[in-house]
Design a binder for this molecule. Structure first.
Ligand SMILES: Cc1cc2nc3c(=O)[nH]c(=O)nc-3n(C[C@H](O)[C@H](O)[C@H](O)COP(=O)(O)OP(=O)(O)OC[C@H]3O[C@@H](n4cnc5c(N)ncnc54)[C@H](O)[C@@H]3O)c2cc1C
Length: 451
């Protein structure tokens, strides 16, 4: 008899994982704690409930990385995308979804499937045998969170994200910025030049502080803040504590010499650190923030060298349970220390409805393949699915790992194309053309087990 796959959490990721595994002939039990145990964001007992906005973001599969992810999931007969398409609302180029009929329809489809069973109730401990996917999301219950922490070590499971904005490397003005680690620290040249530095004069610093203080901020949801002030303060909160606080904190100018103007001592310096092995993304160090997105873009473009910056993602701080996937998971999304446990969805350190569903799709197929007797190789990093799984299971900097949206900075560059803003349209088209070919090939090569 075929072994059963157990999935903890019937959210976006768990629902997609269940569907994919059942399509491959594997019996699935979904363990969902709602409606008996709730979260501060969920309202219903439905599977795949969208907790906040009703948007799956851009549906443009030629010029947008999340649109490409939609396309790849549709090609793989994804349940979440098929149901979203059936409950689509008018929203220009975005895919907006009528949330309640959407979740009810996903629930019905899964419960009607002869191989899928739903068991309601909270799972509070890590199972010690069988095949399991943990897809408990950003609001994983505290008992299970504690059990995961006991297995991984406290520092490898976070309850809040602290996301600094991430900039595309090729949009930084290197005639202003320079590469240098503070006090040239490090054994190798690569380490001594690990940071990208943007200098500020006194006037620029004062204007920047004024803009930070005046910017629109987002509030925390009620019940969301417990435990948050343990670690990272938003930069605007640091600025509120005193105009010089940032200059003595993340913007301190010491140990740095402006390579373009060695005789001018900067009044403050903003540092950016490499965010991925490819070197295509840099995060602004210490700049986690609760500023609204519109405000962030205009405030951060005041930083010399970032006037024309393109942001792969803006900053934020949210209640968000996630593991340090680059150190904990193998490329099959299995916990290295307990390979019968896979993780999927937002808890792996991807961010967003679509990315979470996508990681559910892969985890479901990988777990089903393992039950059928072989491992499913991850998709190539040139696809949106492959770029995401490569990032979370190894491409990201483990020390500073924070949840990530899909974006073209995660893809290996296409050689021979113009960089910067001007070449963007052709570059994105080349990324998506390449991804579609590679995704079709991967699906064709590993489709044999799908029922
Ligand atoms: C407040 C908030 C707002 C968000 N807004 C957006 C947004 O607007 N757009 C966007 O793209 N993303 C948003 N996200 C991020 C994220 O994409 C969604 O949370 C998404 O639902 C994640 O999918 P998931 O399947 O990983 O987790 P979920 O959809 O949260 O599914 C996890 C499931 O696991 C269940 N569960 C938890 N612990 C246990 C347990 N111990 N035993 C059994 N079941 C358990 C939960 O009840 C839940 O049903 C938001 C997140 C939060 C917290």
């Amino acid at each position: 008899m075929t072994e059963t796959l157990h999935i903890i959490g019937g959210g976006l990721a768990g629902s997609e994982a269940a569907w994919q595994a059942a399509r491959m002939g594997i019996p699935v039990i979904i363990h969902e704690m709602r409606p008996h145990v709730g979260t501060f964001a969920h309202r219903t007992g439905d599977l795949a409930e969208m907790v906040c906005s009703n948007s799956f973001r851009s549906d443009d599969s030629e010029q947008n990385a999340v649109g490409l992810l939609h396309w790849e999931m549709r090609q793989a007969d994804g349940l979440i995308m098929a149901t979203a398409d059936r409950h689509r609302l008018p929203a220009g180029g975005a895919l907006a979804v009528d949330r309640d009929p959407f979740a009810q329809s996903v629930t019905r489809t899964l419960l009607d499937h002869p191989l899928i069973t739903l068991e309601t109730g909270e799972i509070t401990a890590l199972p010690d045998h069988g095949h399991w996917i943990i897809a408990t999301g950003p609001l994983t219950s505290s008992a299970l969170g504690a059990a995961i922490q006991a297995e991984t070590g406290a520092e490898r499971l976070a309850f809040f994200d602290a996301i600094a904005p991430i900039v595309y490397a090729d949009s930084i003005d290197m005639s202003v910025a320079w590469m240098q680690s503070r006090y040239d620290k490090g054994e190798t040249e690569a380490e001594q030049k690990a940071y990208l530095n943007c200098p500020m004069t006194r006037d620029q610093y004062e204007a920047f502080i004024d803009a930070l203080l005046a910017a629109d901020k987002t509030e925390f949801h009620e019940g969301e803040t417990a435990g948050y002030f343990d670690g990272c303060l938003p930069i605007e909160v640091m600025a509120e504590r005193g105009r010089e606080t940032l200059r003595h904190g993340p913007m301190k100018p010491v140990g740095l010499t402006n390579a373009h103007k060695p005789d001018e001592k900067p009044y403050a310096v903003v540092q950016l650190r490499r965010d991925n092995a490819l070197g295509t993304l840099y995060n602004i160090v210490g700049f986690q923030t609760k500023m609204k997105y519109g405000a962030q873009a205009s405030v951060f473009k005041m930083i010399p060298g970032l006037e024309d910056a393109s942001f792969a993602r803006l900053g934020g701080i949210h209640r968000n349970t996630f593991i340090n996937s680059p150190t904990l998971l193998d490329n099959q999304m299995r916990l290295r220390s307990k390979p019968h446990l896979r993780f999927a969805g937002q808890v792996t350190g991807v961010e967003g409805y679509v990315e979470s569903s996508a990681m559910g799709l892969l985890a479901g197929r990988m777990a089903a393949s393992a039950i059928l007797g072989h491992d499913l190789p991850p998709p190539p990093p040139t696809t949106a699915m492959g770029a995401l799984i490569t990032y979370i299971t190894g491409g990201a900097e483990a020390k500073t790992f924070q949840p990530m949206n899909v974006n073209f900075g995660l893809f290996p560059p296409v050689e021979g194309l113009k960089g910067g803003r001007r070449g963007r349209k052709d570059r994105y088209q080349a990324y998506t053309d390449r991804a579609k070919t590679d995704w079709r090939d991967w699906l064709a090569q590993y489709a044999l087990d799908a029922a």
